[in-house]
Design a binder for this molecule. Structure first.
Ligand code: ZN
Length: 212
């Protein structure tokens, strides 16, 4: 049996956008779960599965979305066919995204860090769309040669994507996200503690375990 164990994260971590999980837990890892069970029962553990050390302090609702990678990759080239290209990509994104709603236990600190990290990612994602659109309208209305306008707009596009990429990288391991969803499985991308905690406390949720 595992000990309840007190919080091990340092107080210095609180209030920082970065590093809200204890050191060494930041390495993101995909844990493959049984979708049916997770959706029906939720994830209930005594230990917070995100930091693997603090006791869980409550049950939190999480709604995660996954847009296919090929569609995200198509976003930049789609601007060649502005405005229909990006419009079609955004529409396909809304149609093809997969959403998953489930409940999970977490400690207060990890729940906050996850929420903050996912908000940061969403804002960066909105920037990917808004930055180039703003550039199209602002640069487009300026009396400039097309050879100056196009590189300016492309720069804003690349800057938005680079920022979103940095926001994504910077919050890996703290933000819960979906690496995969199909009818049977959920690939949950979180900290490396998930597998360990679930193996100990809720092995039936893990897809790589035989069901009794
Ligand atoms: Zn935690």
């Amino acid at each position: 049996m595992s000990e309840p164990g007190g919080p091990t994260s340092t107080p210095a971590a609180i209030g920082r956008v970065a590093a809200a999980t204890p050191a060494g837990r930041d390495r993101p890892t995909v844990v493959l779960l049984r979708r049916g069970l997770v959706e029906k029962q939720g994830i209930r553990t005594r230990t917070c599965p995100q930091c693997g050390s603090s006791p869980s302090s409550g049950v939190f609702i999480r709604q995660l979305t996954r847009v296919p990678l090929w569609l995200r990759v198509l976003f930049i080239p789609s601007f060649v066919f502005f405005p229909w290209g990006p419009g079609v990509v955004l529409l396909l994104g809304a149609l093809l995204r997969k959403r998953l709603r489930f409940t999970t236990t977490l400690c207060e600190e990890c729940a906050r860090a996850d929420q903050r990290a996912r908000l940061w990612r969403r804002l960066a994602g909105v920037g990917v769309v808004l930055l180039p659109l703003a550039a199209v309208f602002i640069v487009g209305s300026m009396p400039l040669e097309l050879t100056v306008k196009v590189p300016l707009i492309m720069t804003s596009l690349v800057a938005g994507v680079a920022h979103a990429w940095a926001a994504h990288r910077g919050t890996r391991g703290r933000a819960l996200s979906l690496a995969r969803v199909d009818k049977v499985h959920i690939g949950l991308l979180g900290s490396s503690a998930w597998h360990e905690v679930l193996s100990r406390e809720r092995p039936e949720l893990l897809a790589d375990r035989a069901v009794e």
